[in-house]
Design a protein around this ligand. Structure first.
Ligand SMILES: C[S@@+](CC[C@H](N)C(=O)[O-])C[C@H]1O[C@@H](n2cnc3c(N)ncnc32)[C@H](O)[C@@H]1O
Length: 265
């Protein structure tokens, strides 16, 4: 009986506030089930950047340590990929404070970073402080070029077939990730290019199926097997070569420890 009351109450609330339906549709269990229906054979593989490339020490600078900041290990991943794969040209969707752009700029010749224009953010009702924080770390770095537009409508024509690494970190909804992934495919200099998606995990261990669904929907099937989650980060990567991986293992006993020195600049 209690269940019927709950159901009737829920229906009443949804009729009053239809936006509540989004909570169900975005619920991780629901999104995960949908992903598993779409890609029943897909295996969640994970690579370990510290093991793969035997990284002992890497410095992340700048790092804001503020709300919404990526993990330091996300920036480490980008830096390590740029060094290991000798990336010359890097493109990213989603600039915000310019932390990822500023970190990567130390290792590549050119960084292109695209973001919604400030006016659009204003029209969306974003706060002045949030808008002002855009490009904070990247604005004065000579090898960073800032591009403005919505990745849904931006004219990518002048940038096609040029980039060695594309980082997708804009709108994280499934449809937007699918669209940005298709764009990323067209920006690649060659089939050897790498793609990285931020927020493909909801924390350092758990996958985020809303984003994974967009990645798989955006990539041709033959590329699916080269998509890996990255241990200790929030990222997924596409790398074209054979790479050592394990199946993901959640709530594992730590296999290593890190030392973090916090230094104010
Ligand atoms: C998570 S932040 C990027 C963080 C940044 N990559 C970093 O790690 O320092 C996402 C940014 O993407 C921008 N964005 C969201 N949707 C977008 C779209 N459709 N086109 C371009 N930029 C978008 C937002 O304005 C926001 O600044």
């Amino acid at each position: 009986m209690k269940k019927i009351f709950k159901l009737l109450n829920a229906i009443k609330l949804i009729i009053q506030r239809p936006a509540l339906l989004n909570l169900i549709l975005k619920d991780e269990q629901f999104v995960k089930a949908q992903f598993e229906r779409s890609y029943p054979a897909f295996q969640l593989k994970e690579i370990d950047l510290f093991e793969l490339w035997n990284v002992q020490k890497i410095t992340i600078t700048p790092y804001a340590f503020l709300s919404g900041s990526s993990l330091a290990t996300d920036f480490a991943l980008l830096k390590i990929l740029c060094m290991q794969y000798k990336v010359e040209k890097y493109f990213e969707i989603g600039t915000w404070r310019g932390e990822s752009a500023a970190n990567v700029a130390q290792h590549v010749q050119e960084v292109y970073t695209l973001n919604l224009p400030d006016e659009t953010l204003q029209q969306m009702g974003q706060s002045r402080a949030y808008i002002a924080s855009h490009r904070h770390f990247s604005k004065d770095i000579p090898n960073i070029k800032h591009l403005f537009g919505d990745s849904a409508t931006f004219d990518f024509q002048p940038f096609l077939s040029q980039f060695d690494l594309i980082f997708i970190d804009g709108d994280h909804s499934t449809k937007a990730v699918e669209r940005d992934t298709k764009t990323a495919l067209s920006l690649r200099r060659s089939e050897a290019a790498i793609m990285v998606w931020h927020d493909a995990k909801s924390d350092a261990e758990y996958p985020r199926f809303e984003v994974l669904q967009g990645i798989m929907d955006g990539l041709p099937k033959h590329m699916h097997q080269n998509v890996y989650l990255v241990k200790h980060t929030l990222c997924a990567v596409y790398v074209p070569d054979e790479i050592i991986y394990k199946m993901i293992h959640i709530n594992e006993v730590p296999s290593r420890e890190f030392k973090i020195t916090i230094e104010q600049q």
